[in-house]
Design a protein around this ligand. Structure first.
Ligand code: SF4
Length: 76
């Protein structure tokens, strides 16, 4: 979410560190897991399912099931 520009042009965009995954040999589980700061064991073995999260929003992330992990990680 930090990589999305604001309509007002405010703030600093933050990219995801590292390189995009290989399309020929993608990582197991969530393809973002080698680069994700919120990764945990489940992410490495289970592909997250794309789900509707709002009127015009969809997301595929295990954090949808355990959003408290974001706050726990940021508190570290
Ligand atoms: S499922 Fe979500 S938390 Fe897990 S690695 Fe992928 S983007 Fe990160």
């Amino acid at each position: 979410m930090n990589s999305l520009p604001s309509l007002e042009g405010k703030g600093t965009l933050q990219g995801v560190s590292g390189a995009p995954p290989s399309l020929l040999n993608p990582p197991s589980g969530c393809v973002f897991h080698p680069r994700c700061p919120y990764v945990w064991d489940r992410c490495k073995v289970e592909v997250p399912i794309l789900r509707t999260t709002g009127a015009e929003q969809r997301a595929a992330c295990h954090l949808l099931d355990e959003p408290q992990r974001v706050f726990e990680k940021e508190a570290q």
